[in-house]
Design a protein around this ligand. Structure first.
Ligand code: MRU
Length: 343
C-alpha cells in the first residue's frame, strides 16, 4: 500500500498523489507553496479528512521553512495569518484546523530559540502528525476488524480508505485488517455522486489491494439491504460533534436511514482528530457548498442538464447519533455520548 501524502524531509517538500486524476493516472506531485497547497486542497487533489490534515501540516512546514523572516514575533504572526488562510480552503473537515493548530502550538513553544528553532519545531511536528496518522488508522482497523465476520458483505460510501489518509484509511482500515486476517470481506462501494469518490477511488484502491469489491450506483444500496445482502455499513467522517452526530460525504445520511430501516449495523470510523468536542451537535457543523458544475456535468466533462436548472450541491450531510451503531476510533468503539471520555 503506497502513501497518499508524505514528507520529503531532505528537500522540505510535501509529496502527494493527485486524486483528481485517479483511476486513470497515478501522478505524484510536490508542493512547497502555500497558495498551491490551498488550491490543491480546495480542488480535492488532496482530499479525505485525515489526508487533508496531514497534507496541510507537511505543506505548511515546507512553505514556512523557506521564508526569510528572522524576527520570531513577526514569524509567528505570519504563521498565524497563513494558518487561517489555509484553514479556509475547506470548512467541514476539522482535521485541517486541528493540524494547523498543532503546527502553530509547536512553533510557539520554540519561540525562545528564535526562527531557526521554530522552523525545526514545524518540521518535527509535521513528521509526527504524518507518523501518528499511520498508527492511528492501523488501530482503527484493529478495533473495527473485530466487527467483521468471515465473508461479511459490507457497504461503504465515498472514499475513507488509504487515499483519504496517509495509509489504511478509516472506514476501509477494518476491511484491510479483516482481509489480512483471512476473513475475505466483500465490499459494495457506492459510486458517490457528484464527484464519484466511491467509483474512482474506493473501488480502485480495494481492487488494487486484492479486496473483493462491487461498484453500485448510490440509489442501489437500499435494494441490497432489503434483500438482506449487506451485513454492516462502514463510513468515515469529516467532523464528529460532541453528541456523536457525524458529518460525512453527501449521501451518507440516506445510507444511515436505510441501514436503520433494514436493521443493518451502521459504523462511523474516525480518529480523535476528527472529533470536535467544541462543536455541540451536527447543527453547528458548517457544510461546504461546492460548484454547480460538479452536478451539471459528468465529472466536469459533458453537460447533462438544461443550463437553466438551478443546482443544490452540499458536499456533506450530517447523520444523527441515534442512527450510528458505534464510532470506531483508535481508542476503541464509542457511542455518541461517550466521546468526551476518550479525548
Ligand atoms: O470531499 P471529500 O472527498 O474530501 O470527502 C471525503 C469524505 O467525506 C470522507 O468520507 C471523509 O473525509 C473521511 S476520510 C477518512
Amino acid at each position: 500500500m503506497t502513501d497518499t501524502v508524505w514528507p520529503d524531509l531532505k528537500n522540505d517538500k510535501l509529496m502527494y498523489i493527485d486524486q483528481t486524476l485517479l483511476p486513470n493516472e497515478k501522478r505524484v506531485c510536490e508542493c512547497c507553496d502555500l497558495r498551491q497547497l490551498y488550491g490543491e486542497i480546495k480542488r480535492l487533489a488532496i482530499r479525505g479528512a485525515p489526508a487533508i490534515g496531514v497534507g496541510a501540516a507537511i505543506g505548511f512546514y515546507a512553505y514556512e521553512t523557506r521564508g526569510t523572516e528572522t524576527d520570531a514575533k513577526r514569524f509567528l504572526r505570519a504563521l498565524e495569518e497563513d494558518g487561517e488562510y489555509l484553514v479556509s480552503s475547506r470548512p467541514t473537515a476539522v482535521n485541517l484546523a486541528w493540524a494547523v493548530k498543532r503546527m502553530l502550538k509547536a512553533a510557539k513553544s520554540a519561540e525562545n530559540g528564535g526562527v531557526p528553532a521554530m522552523k525545526a519545531a514545524l518540521k518535527a511536528e509535521a513528521e509526527a502528525i504524518y507518523n501518528e496518522d499511520i498508527a492511528t488508522c492501523r488501530a482503527i482497523g484493529e478495533h473495527g476488524a473485530k466487527l467483521i465476520k468471515p465473508g461479511a458483505r459490507l457497504l461503504t460510501h465515498c472514499n475513507a480508505g488509504a487515499l483519504a489518509a496517509v495509509r489504511y484509511g478509516t472506514a476501509l482500515a477494518p476491511i484491510y485488517l479483516a482481509q489480512e486476517q483471512g476473513k475475505n470481506p466483500r465490499v459494495f462501494a457506492d459510486e458517490t455522486r457528484p464527484l464519484l469518490q466511491g467509483a474512482r477511488l474506493t473501488a480502485w484502491e480495494l481492487a488494487e489491494n486484492g479486496v473483493d469489491v462491487t461498484l453500485i450506483c448510490d440509489n442501489m444500496a437500499a435494494s441490497l439491504m432489503a434483500k438482506g445482502e449487506i451485513d454492516a455499513v462502514f463510513v468515515g467522517a469529516d467532523r464528529v460533534a460532541a453528541n456523536g452526530d457525524a458529518a460525512n460525504k453527501i449521501g451518507t445520511l440516506s445510507v444511515a436511514v436505510n441501514a436503520n430501516h433494514f436493521g443493518v449495523p451502521f459504523y462511523v470510523c474516525a480518529p480523535f482528530s476528527t472529533i470536535d468536542l467544541e462543536c455541540p451537535d451536527g447543527g453547528s457543523i458548517i457544510i461546504e457548498q461546492r460548484a454547480p458544475e460538479e452536478v451539471t456535468t459528468m465529472h466536469y466533462r459533458r453537460m447533462m442538464t438544461h443550463p437553466g436548472a438551478k443546482v443544490y450541491n452540499p458536499a456533506f450531510d450530517v447523520t444523527p447519533a441515534e442512527l450510528i451503531t458505534g464510532i470506531v476510533t483508535e481508542k476503541g468503539i464509542f457511542k455518541g455520548g461517550e466521546l468526551a471520555n476518550g479525548k
